[in-house]
Design a protein around this ligand. Structure first.
Ligand code: S3P
Length: 450
C-alpha cells in the first residue's frame, strides 16, 4: 500500500532476456536535500531531474507548509523560492512525511533551531521507526520533543528559540542523523561540529558548500569531522539531480540474474559513498562494466552495462563497505540466491530499522521461495543455489517497504516459478516508473489479485 492507498498485489513471472536502456529516476537523497536547502536559501532555486516519487513529494508539501513557494513546472523541472535560514513559518497543520525517514529526519533537523512548534507523523512504517537518533542531538541545540513511547511518531518538536552550537559524535552510521544535525546547525551562531566514525553518503556536505555555506571536512583518528559555520545566507542554486544508484541497482541486478540479458543504465552517479553494491557485484563475478566514465557536477558518473552472469559466486561482503550500499542489501540478497556458495553480510544492524526490518523481510521471503538464509542481530548469510535453481513460487510480504517489493520482483524474473508480493504500492515512494521501465526491458511484472 502506498501511504495513501489500498494494497496492490504484484507478480513477477520468469522472463526471457532483459535488453535495452533503463533510464532510472533522480536520486532520492539529493532530491530531498534540493527541496529543503532550496527552502532555506533566499531566492529561486531551480531543480531538474527531481525524483517525483511519493517520499519527495511529501517533502515538497512540507516545504510549502513552512512558507517556501515550491512550483512544479513539469518534466522533472521544479523551482523553490526559499525563506532563508531561520525563516521557516510555523505550519498550520501536522506535517505528514508518509513513508520517508529521510524526509522527516532532515526536516526535523532543519526546523529544530527555529522558534516554531511542529507536529510530525507518517504512515504505519514510519510511525514505527526510531526518532531518538534525531531528537537526542537536536535537544543539545535546545529543541524539545514529545512523541509516542520509544521515541516514535507522531511527535511534536518545539524548536529552540535561542539555539547554541553543538559538537556531536553520531553514534550509528547514518547520513540522516548527520544531515539533521548539520541542517539544525545552519540557524545557530558559531560552529557546529559533527563527527562520524564511518563515512556515510556526503550529499549534505557537498550541497551545503554549493549553496554557499562554510563547511570543512577533516579526517582524524576520531573519524570524519565536519565543521559548519552557522547563520550563512544560502545562495539559490541551479541543481541537476543525478540518477539514483539505489534505483539503478534493480535493473542492474535483474540483468545479472536473468539469462541472456544485456542492459545499459545510463548516467548513474558513482559517488564512492553510494557505489558499494557495484563493487560487490563485480567481486561476485558479475558482468558489470562502467562505460563513458566522466565527471558531472563534481561527481563521478558512468553508464552501467550489466549482462547475464551465469557464474556468480558467493562472497563475504566487506563490512567496511556497508554504509555505501546500505539500501542495496535486499536486492543483493536476491543476486546471492542465484550465486554458487554463501554470501555473508556482516555489520548491517541498521537494516533492521529501515522502512521494514529488511533482514527479516528478505530472509522470510527468500525462505518461502526455497532459499536457505541464516541470520543474527547484525549479520545474515544467503546460501546460494546457483543459476536456474531457485524454486520461487511464493507470495512475500513487502511490509510497506519499496525495496523489499522490488527485490522480490527481481527474484521472480529468474526463479523457476513466479514470485508475488502482497503489496507493490510502496514502490511509488522511490521508483514510480518501475513497472513500465521493467516491462520495456522485457520483464513480466503485473498487478494481480492474490
Ligand atoms: C539516506 C540515508 C540512509 C538511507 C536512506 C537515505 C539519506 O539512511 O538508508 O535511504 O538520504 O540520508 P540512514 O541515515 O538511516 O542510514
Amino acid at each position: 500500500m502506498s501511504s495513501h492507498g489500498s494494497p496492490i498485489p504484484m507478480t513477477s513471472q520468469p522472463c526471457g532476456p532483459l535488453t535495452g536502456e533503463a533510464h532510472v529516476p533522480g536520486d532520492k537523497s539529493i532530491s530531498h536535500r534540493s527541496l529543503i536547502l532550496g527552502a532555506m536559501a533566499v531566492g529561486e532555486t531551480r531543480i531538474s531531474g527531481l525524483l517525483e516519487g511519493e517520499d519527495v513529494l511529501d517533502t515538497a508539501k512540507a516545504m510549502r507548509a513552512f512558507g517556501a513557494e515550491v512550483i512544479e513546472h513539469g518534466g522533472g523541472e521544479w523551482s523553490v523560492h526559499g525563506v532563508g535560514v531561520g525563516g521557516f513559518a510555523e505550519p498550520d497543520n501536522v506535517i505528514d512525511c508518509g513513508n520517508s525517514g529521510t524526509g522527516v529526519r532532515l526536516i526535523m533537523g532543519a526546523m529544530a533551531t527555529c522558534d516554531i512548534s511542529v507536529t510530525f507523523t507518517g504512515d504505519a512504517s514510519l510511525n514505527k521507526r526510531p526518532m531518538a537518533r534525531v531528537t537526542d542531538p537536536i535537544a543539545l541545540f535546545g529543541a524539545q520533543a514529545v512523541g509516542r513511547s520509544g521515541g516514535r511518531l507522531p511527535m511534536t518538536i518545539v524548536g529552540a528559540a535561542a539555539p547554541v552550537p553543538v559538537r556531536y559524535v553520531v553514534p550509528m552510521p547514518s547520513a540522516q542523523v548527520k544531515s539533521a544535525v548539520l541542517l539544525a546547525g545552519l540557524n545557530v551562531p558559531g560552529q557546529t561540529v559533527v563527527i562520524e566514525k564511518e563515512a556515510t553518503r556526503d550529499h549534505t556536505e557537498r550541497m551545503l558548500v554549493g549553496f554557499g555555506a562554510e563547511v570543512s571536512v577533516e579526517k582524524t583518528d576520531e573519524g570524519r569531522v565536519i565543521t559548519l559555520t552557522g547563520q550563512p545566507e544560502l545562495q539559490p542554486q541551479t541543481i541537476v539531480v543525478p540518477r539514483d544508484p539505489s534505483s539503478a541497482a534493480f535493473p542492474v541486478c535483474a540483468a545479472i540474474v536473468t539469462p541472456g540479458s544485456d542492459v545499459l543504465v545510463p548516467n548513474i552517479g558513482l559517488n564512492p559513498t553510494r557505489a558499494g553494491l557495484f563493487t560487490t557485484l563485480r567481486e561476485m563475478g558479475a558482468d558489470l562494466t562502467y562505460e563513458n566514465e566522466r565527471e558531472e557536477g563534481g561527481e563521478p558518473v558512468a553508464d552501467l552495462r550489466a549482462r547475464f552472469s551465469p557464474d556468480l559466486k558467493g562472497i563475504e561482503v566487506d563490512p567496511a563497505r556497508a554504509a555505501s550500499m546500505i539500501d542495496e542489501y535486499p536486492v543483493l540478497s536476491v543476486v546471492a540466491a542465484f550465486a554458487q556458495g554463501d554470501t555473508v553480510m556482516k555489520g548491517v544492524k541498521e537494516l533492521r530499522v529501515k522502512e521494514s526490518d529488511r533482514i527479516d523481510a528478505m530472509a522470510t521471503g527468500l525462505r518461502a521461495n526455497g532459499v536457505t538464509v541464516d541470520e543474527g542481530d547484525d549479520w545474515w548469510v544467503v546460501h546460494g543455489l546457483g543459476h536456474g535453481n531457485v524454486p520461487g513460487g511464493a507470495t512475500c510480504a513487502s511490509h510497506l517497504d519499496h525495496r523489499i517489493a522490488m527485490s522480490f520482483m527481481i527474484l521472480g524474473m529468474a526463479a523457476q516459478t513466479p514470485v508475488s508480493v502482497d503489496d507493490g504500492g510502496p514502490i511509488a515512494t522511490s521508483f514510480p516508473i518501475f513497472e513500465p521501465l521493467m516491462a520495456e526491458l522485457g520483464a513480466d511484472v503485473a498487478r494481480t489479485d492474490v
